[in-house]
Design a protein around this ligand. Structure first.
Ligand SMILES: Nc1ncnc2c1ncn2[C@@H]1O[C@H](COP(=O)(O)OP(=O)(O)OP(=O)(O)O)[C@@H](O)[C@H]1O
Ligand SMILES: [Mg+2]
Length: 148
């Protein structure tokens, strides 16, 4: 069944607003959801994942950038939480060779993917695609259309 688009904050938000935003987004997500996170270096993708997963019960200290490990898995939420960062990968073949396609398309987990472009051709039609833009000391969050 089609899911509604996520309700996002209409205004730019700073670091102080992240806990509340994390709670608001967490309440709209469930296992099997894939959330692609676009945005430049330092746009706040990892910080947003930390805020959402904290609201679900994950220890925020556990949530770091998976740039080098490629994938982190977190306990503490009602479902496994998978957090990937594909920045270092250069091809879909490399992604598949690392087994990431199967790991990231997992109906049992809630999956966040930073730098997700390489995953796009492998994705199921139902997924969320969020974009963070830097606006001075704040960030703007938008949703790419036709993704759910
Ligand atoms: N909502 C926000 N408002 C203001 N500053 C923020 C916000 N989110 C993150 N930041 C700042 O931006 C820095 C980088 O954030 P973060 O590591 O989450 O970015 P990223 O998009 O994951 O970067 P990368 O592409 O390198 O993985 C943080 O250390 C924090 O200082
Ligand atoms: Mg990051």
């Amino acid at each position: 069944m089609a899911r509604p688009p996520l309700q996002l904050p209409p205004e730019p938000f700073g670091l102080c607003a992240l806990p509340e935003l994390g709670r608001a987004l967490a309440a709209q997500l469930q296992s099997g959801d894939i959330i692609l996170l676009y945005g430049d270096l330092g746009a706040g993708k990892t910080a947003l994942v930390r805020a959402i997963t904290a609201a679900l019960g994950v220890d925020p200290a556990e949530v770091g950038s998976p740039t080098f490990a490629l994938v982190h898995t977190y306990d503490g939420a009602a479902w496994p939480v998978v957090h990937a960062d594909l920045y270092r990968l250069e091809s879909v073949a490399e992604l598949q060779a690392a087994g990431l396609d199967e790991l990231l398309i997992d109906a049992q987990a809630l999956v966040f993917v930073e730098w997700p472009t390489l995953l796009e051709p492998l994705l199921p039609p139902a997924h969320y695609a969020l974009e963070l833009a830097i606006c001075g000391d704040e960030r703007i969050l938008t949703q790419r259309p036709a993704c759910v």
